[in-house]
Design a protein around this ligand. Structure first.
Ligand code: ATP
Length: 434
């Protein structure tokens, strides 16, 4: 219906805030694009510029290939859905849905028919006469969707449309909205800070941090092959284990990834060994998701790490063990919403300590402009900038309520083909495959 192209778009507010920094992004016809990132990363500003509610400070916005920088909002064939639904309280559901049609002077009979069609498609046909304050949160959300759909726009812009709803309803509406939008075939830009929404709803996800686009790809691509350390740390629960490793090359034999007390080995015939060998004598970051780690019996040969459980988290369907393996973790700050952390055994004080460390690191004064880009010159392996290091607590999945406790020794085998590699600037090291 509509394509969107952002070309080197920057937005600097009058107070000097760089909200969007040189972002280029294409949204294809009928595509469901999710803009994901923590609060303040510039998502809404991108959306508002596409809507014509903010002017870009630099760069071009193209709609259907035509420069739209100076096009007034009402000429953009766009419908917006907001977090607070923005319904008119004095109007009935039917009047709210039909309002855009009244504005565009659609005559009442045809207006009534279109409202009824949309309301019935959204399952709110029986509450057309009610006022918004007589509706549940989910129904209000549907009315807001109805008002957006009824205009038959070329592009939906949705700004956290589910964030005021409880988690059960969010999950339900997630599927409903993405199903509906796909059925209508309308291109959509959907803003959220919720990775579950992004990964479940999107055709492609664009991940932003501090105004800069970090990565764009299908949910499988951004999760499976994150472009930066930030994306790696942002996506997934539990978070990806990010460990500092020193690289040592034994030519024609293997590459050692020293993790402190222990090491992993990439055989020389593994194509990745050659790519990682460039970092001989240097430190890199390796990423290991919990799904790449399997508990094994003691003395199991192969790619195995040994550790002791520091603390456990019970999540009902599984437990997570956090292992001390004598390695150093790289922690990326500004992760926004953290994954839910249920009560842990013995971990509360330590996590409080880490949270305080993070706060201290964050309040370290203004951040240099160059740090806003992934190609920051600040090494992620120093304690400067937006990262810091601490003893690693390797997250490992266990069965629900396993027969272990803090202090228990545990061996985990590592799926070496699932390793991620990042250089000291936090950019993915291209290892030729994966
Ligand atoms: N009118 C404004 N003047 C100055 N700074 C602004 C203005 N609007 C937004 N900002 C700043 O621009 C940055 C990006 O804001 P934006 O609302 O786009 O972020 P966001 O990712 O959508 O966050 P949230 O999820 O909290 O809405 C923030 O630092 C914000 O404080």
């Amino acid at each position: 219906m509509t394509t969107v192209a952002l070309k080197d778009v920057t937005k600097i507010f009058p107070d000097g805030t760089v909200a969007v920094d040189n972002v280029s992004l294409d949204v294809n016809d009928g595509e469901f694009m999710v803009l994901l990132g923590p609060s303040g990363c510039g998502k809404s500003t991108v959306l508002r510029m596409v809507a014509g509610l903010e002017d870009p400070s630099a760069g071009a916005i193209l709609l259907d290939g035509e420069l739209a920088n100076d096009l007034p909002p009402r000429e953009r064939r766009i419908a917006m859905v907001f977090q607070d639904f923005a319904l008119y309280p004095h109007m009935s559901v039917g009047e709210n849905i039909g309002f855009p049609l009244r504005l565009s002077k659609v005559e009442p009979t045809s207006r009534g028919e279109r409202v009824a069609d949309v309301a019935s498609a959204l399952g709110i046909g029986d509450v057309l006469g009610r006022k918004p304050n007589q509706l549940s949160g989910g129904q209000r959300q549907r009315v807001a969707m109805g008002r957006a759909i009824v205009r038959r726009p070329g592009l939906f812009l949705m700004d956290e449309p589910l964030s005021n709803l409880d988690s059960g309803l969010r999950a339900e509406l997630r599927a409903e909205i993405s199903g509906l939008v796909r059925e209508l075939g309308v291109s959509t830009i959907y803003v959220t800070h919720d990775q579950a929404e992004a990964l479940t709803m999107a055709d492609r996800v664009a991940i932003m941090r501090r105004g800069v686009l970090q990565d764009v790809g299908t949910p499988t691509q951004v999760y499976g092959r994150p472009a930066t350390l930030y994306v790696a740390a942002f996506l997934g629960s539990p978070r990806m284990n990010l460990l500092e490793a020193s690289v040592y090359v034994h030519l024609d034999r293997y590459v050692t990834l020293n993790l402190g007390d222990q090491a992993l080995y990439l055989p020389w015939d593994d194509i990745r060994a050659r790519a990682v060998a460039h970092y001989h004598g240097e430190r890199i970051v390796i990423g290991l998701r919990a799904e790449a780690l399997t508990p094994v019996g003691p003395n199991t040969p192969g790619d195995v790490l040994q550790g002791r459980i520091r603390y456990l988290e019970h999540h009902g369907h599984e437990s997570l063990a956090f292992l001390d393996i004598g390695a150093t973790a790289v922690v990326v700050d500004e992760m926004g919403q953290a994954p839910a952390e249920p009560a842990a055994e013995g971990g509360a004080l330590r996590r409080f300590g880490h949270a305080m460390q993070r706060l201290t690191a964050r309040s370290g004064g203004p951040v240099a402009t160059e740090e806003r880009t992934s190609r920051s010159r600040t090494s992620v392996l120093s304690d400067e900038g937006r990262h810091h290091r601490r003893p690693a607590e390797l997250a490992v999945r266990l069965a629900p309520y396993p027969n272990v406790q803090p202090g228990t020794a545990l061996s985990v085998s590592v799926r070496m083909d699932a390793l991620h590699f990042f250089d000291d600037r936090g950019d993915r090291i291209d290892v030729g495959w994966r």
